[in-house]
Design a protein around this ligand. Structure first.
Ligand SMILES: [Zn+2]
Length: 252
C-alpha cells in the first residue's frame, strides 16, 4: 500500500515520530461530533488505516466474498448481522499488512461482547510480538455538549438542487431559507430533525456505555473535548493517542 501524505509539510523528525507503531485505537463519539473528519485526520497523521465495520460489511457484500454472501442473506431475511460474523470480518481486516503498525476502529466494538472478543484477538495476534507498547486498545471518546450538538444539527439546511449545506446559526444563507447559489428553497433533511437526532443520541449512549465502561475499568479510556474548534480537537486526539501508545497498560 502506498503512503498517503497529508497536505501539511511534515519535517523529517515528525515523519519518524508518526511512522512509529501506534497499536489499536478505538474512536468513540456520538453522531454529529465530527468523528468522520477526525478519524480521517488521524489516519493521515499516523498513516494507519481506518477500519470501519460499516464500510467493511458494504465492501464484502459488494465483492461477493463468502462473508459478504452470509451478510447479504441475513439482511435479505431481515435479520441482524451477528456479533460472530462482524468479528470475523474485523479479524480478516486487522490481519492485513497495512494494519500492522496500528489502526483506528470506527463502529467497533459496539457491544461489551465484541470488546471482550477484540481484547482476546489482539492479545492472541499481537500480544507476544512486542511490537506495540500495549495490545489493549486506546479508547478515545469525543465528548460533546448534547444541547450544543442538537442546536448545530437542527440548524442545518440543505439545498435540494445543488446539495450545499447551510446552518441557520453559524452559516446562514444571505436570504432566509433560500440557497445563495440557485435560489432554491432550503430543506431540513429527515436525519437532521430534532426527534431523529435525540433518538440516535440515546441509542449511541445505550450502546456505547458498556464498551466505555469495559475499557474504563482497564484504564484505557481518554476523553477529548469535542466542543473545541476542529483543529484543537485533532490536536488533543493526537496527544491522547501519543500518550496511550507509550503507556504500558496491557503490555503484560
Ligand atoms: Zn443550491
Amino acid at each position: 500500500m502506498s503512503v498517503i501524505l497529508g497536505q501539511e509539510q511534515v519535517g523529517a523528525r515528525s515523519v519518524e515520530q508518526t511512522l512509529r507503531n501506534i497499536g489499536p485505537v478505538v474512536l468513540l463519539g456520538p453522531p454529529g461530533a465530527g468523528k468522520g473528519t477526525q478519524s480521517k485526520r488521524i489516519t493521515q497523521h499516523y498513516r494507519i488505516p481506518q477500519v470501519s465495520t460499516g464500510d467493511l460489511l458494504r465492501e464484502h457484500v459488494k465483492q461477493g466474498t463468502p462473508l459478504g454472501v452470509q451478510v447479504r442473506d441475513l439482511i435479505a431475511r431481515g435479520e441482524l448481522v451477528s456479533d460472530h460474523l462482524v468479528c470475523d470480518i474485523v479479524a480478516w481486516r486487522l490481519r492485513e499488512t497495512d494494519a500492522q503498525r496500528g489502526f483506528i476502529l470506527d463502529g467497533f466494538p459496539r457491544t461489551a461482547k465484541q470488546a471482550v472478543w477484540l481484547d482476546s484477538f489482539l492479545k492472541f495476534e499481537f500480544g507476544d510480538t512486542g511490537k506495540w507498547a500495549a495490545w489493549l486498545p486506546i479508547v478515545v471518546c469525543i465528548k460533546v455538549d448534547y444541547n450544543k450538538l442538537l442546536l448545530r444539527i437542527t440548524g442545518r439546511r440543505t439545498c435540494p438542487t445543488c446539495g450545499r449545506i447551510y446552518n441557520v446559526h453559524s452559516q446562514p444563507p444571505l436570504v432566509d431559507e433560500i440557497c445563495d447559489v440557485d435560489g432554491s428553497k432550503l430543506v431540513t433533511r429527515d436525519d437532521d430533525r430534532e426527534e431523529v437526532i435525540r433518538e440516535r443520541l440515546d441509542a449511541y449512549e445505550r450502546q456505547t456505555k458498556p464498551v466505555a465502561e469495559h475499557y474504563g475499568r482497564l484504564g484505557r479510556v481518554v476523553e477529548v473535548n469535542g466542543d473545541l474548534p476542529v483543529d484543537e480537537v485533532t490536536a488533543s486526539l493526537i496527544e491522547a493517542i501519543d500518550q496511550g501508545a507509550h503507556g504500558a497498560a496491557g503490555s503484560s
